[in-house]
Structures are given as structure tokens and as C-alpha cells.
Design a binder for this molecule. Structure first.
Ligand code: ATR
Length: 275
């Protein structure tokens, strides 16, 4: 049997764990899937995508810096992708339309609630950042029905704009925006969606946001404790989680969209931690 072809597309791409994750999924499920990494030229994303599908490719994951372009390029978007303003999953649907989906938010919520048994319903969540990464996860976070989501960002106007964008979807969820210095009491869950640590920076938060039971989640991952999680530990946090689980869960969701079968993720996460 011939394999079906999939890939992750980004720039740079050599660091991506997606080929490893999807090859583990393929082995586990017995699906005839081959998954590679494609570095698209920064000024030629659209042509690279079209070539991939013209040559028989079945599906793409999209990563930095092309998620917004993938969203624009698509002829059809799922509701999740529509609201996220960015796509991490592309495929051609039964009608031949290039379709965009976004599985990042589902990946985050699945990792928190299923893998780590962190309840979100009725809880108070502090989300740091207001860029594409945060926009991509807000829909599924709201759908988990926390009591409140506070969006804190360096540029307060961007947090405000994001809160306004999701206000209509928020329902009972209290959605507010502020700067990093404003929050001054303990949250149940804190999610870091800034890219501050890439510059070795920390958002200037009050230590009071960390309570004895606060769960801290950094959407970044690294082999050692992330800069943000180390800060949280230094303030007395006892549960800090990184984004490896989110990465594996968003991949599993893409695999399900493409193949109709959802891989088991726990064993794959163990393998990646041991790589
Ligand atoms: P991404 O796709 O990773 O979300 P982005 O859209 O550029 O990338 O957003 C980056 C986020 O990290 C923003 O919230 C940004 O804050 P601003 O909106 O004020 O730019 C935040 N960020 C980046 N560098 C930061 C730093 N050094 N300190 C604090 N926040 C930072």
C-alpha cells in the first residue's frame, strides 16, 4: 500500500517535533502515513502549499510564521479556525476546497483537563499575552466555562481588543483585560501565552497571583523548566506544566481530522520526554 503524505510547514522548521510525533502516531495506529517537514520561503508560502496539494499531499500542519497566512489562503474555515484568526491544520475537503482548522485550543484544553485533571469549569484563569497564540486558544478556553478569564498583556490595548472580539462568545464567562501589573490576587490557573521567554524576559507580575493551589501552564516547552515556570516555582507554585502535552494533543486532533482516528497520546508524550 502506498503511503499518504502529510507535512508540517514553517520557517524555520528543523526544530519541529511534529514529524516525530506523527510518525509515532502512524506506528501506533497502523495508518499508512508519511510525515515530513517543509521549510517554505518567507515570501512564498501560498505557492508551497499549492504545490504540496497538487502533488498529492493530504494534509499540512502550519507553524510560525504562517498560521495567519494559512487562514487567509483557505477557501473554507471551520468555526474554530474562523474565530482563531489563524490555522494550524490544512486539508482539501470532499468538495475540493482547501480547508483550514485550528486544533491548538483544543490541544491546550485537553492537556489541562484530561491529561493533568485540571478543572477549568467555574475557575478563575489568568491568561498572559494577546498575540496569535492566545487568540488561537481563547475559544476553547471559553467553551470550558471558567468563571472568569483575565487577559493581561504588555500592550493593554491588544488585550482589550481580544476581549472585545470574544465578548459575544463569552456568555457567563467574565472576560476582562489589563496590564501585567494589575492582577493582585491568586488565580486558579495561569496560562503563559507570551513569547517573552524567547527574549529571556518575564512578564512583571505580582507574586500574589500565585496561590498554594494555582496551576501554572506555560504554552512553551523545553527540556528544562521554562523561564516562566521557574519564576512561578520561586513564588511558591507547586504545580507547573509546560506545553509539550498541548503540542502532542493538537497533533492528535489534526491526525483525527485527517485520518478519522485519534491516537493515544500518553505513550507518545513519554517517548518525547525520553528523546
Ligand atoms: P504569538 O504568535 O507567539 O502569539 P505574537 O502574535 O507576536 O506571537 O504575540 C506575542 C505575545 O507575546 C504578545 O502578547 C506580546 O506582547 P505585546 O502585545 O505587548 O507585543 C508578548 N511579548 C513578546 N515579547 C514580550 C516581552 N519581552 N515581555 C512581555 N510580553 C512579551
Amino acid at each position: 500500500m502506498n503511503n499518504d503524505f502529510y507535512a508540517v510547514i514553517g520557517n524555520p522548521i528543523s526544530h519541529s517535533k511534529s514529524p516525530r510525533i506523527h510518525s509515532l502516531f502512524a506506528r501506533q495506529t497502523g495508518e499508512a502515513v508519511e510525515y515530513t517537514a517543509i521549510q517554505a520561503p518567507l515570501d512564498d508560502f501560498a505557492a508551497t502549499v499549492r504545490d504540496f496539494f497538487r502533488q498529492g499531499g493530504q494534509g499540512l500542519n502550519v507553524t510560525v510564521p504562517f498560521k495567519e497566512q494559512a487562514w487567509s489562503l483557505a477557501e473554507r474555515r471551520t468555526p474554530e479556525a474562523e474565530k482563531a484568526g489563524a490555522a494550524n491544520t490544512l486539508f482539501v475537503d470532499a468538495n475540493g476546497l482547501l480547508t483550514a482548522d485550528n486544533t491548538d485550543g483544543k490541544g491546550l484544553v485537553t492537556d489541562l483537563t484530561r491529561n493533568h485533571q485540571v478543572a477549568l469549569h467555574g475557575r478563575r484563569i489568568l491568561v498572559l499575552g494577546a498575540g496569535g497564540a492566545v487568540r488561537g486558544v481563547l475559544g476553547p478556553l471559553i467553551a470550558a466555562q471558567p468563571a472568569a478569564i483575565t487577559l493581561a498583556n504588555r500592550t493593554v490595548s491588544k488585550a482589550q481588543a481580544l476581549a472585545d472580539l470574544f465578548r459575544a462568545d463569552a456568555g457567563e464567562v467574565e472576560l476582562s483585560a489589563c496590564g501585567f501589573e494589575a492582577p493582585n490576587e491568586a488565580f486558579d490557573v495561569i496560562i503563559n501565552g507570551t513569547s517573552a521567554s524567547l527574549q529571556g524576559d518575564l512578564p512583571p507580575l505580582s507574586p500574589n497571583v500565585i496561590g498554594a493551589d494555582t496551576v501554572v501552564y506555560d504554552m512553551m516547552y523545553s527540556l528544562t523548566t521554562t523561564t516562566f515556570n521557574q519564576w512561578a516555582l520561586d513564588q511558591g507554585a507547586t504545580r507547573v506544566l509546560d506545553g509539550l502535552g498541548m503540542l502532542v494533543e493538537q497533533a492528535a486532533e489534526s491526525f483525527r481530522i485527517w485520518r478519522g482516528i485519534r491516537p493515544e497520546t500518553a505513550a507518545v508524550m513519554d517517548e518525547l520526554r525520553n528523546d
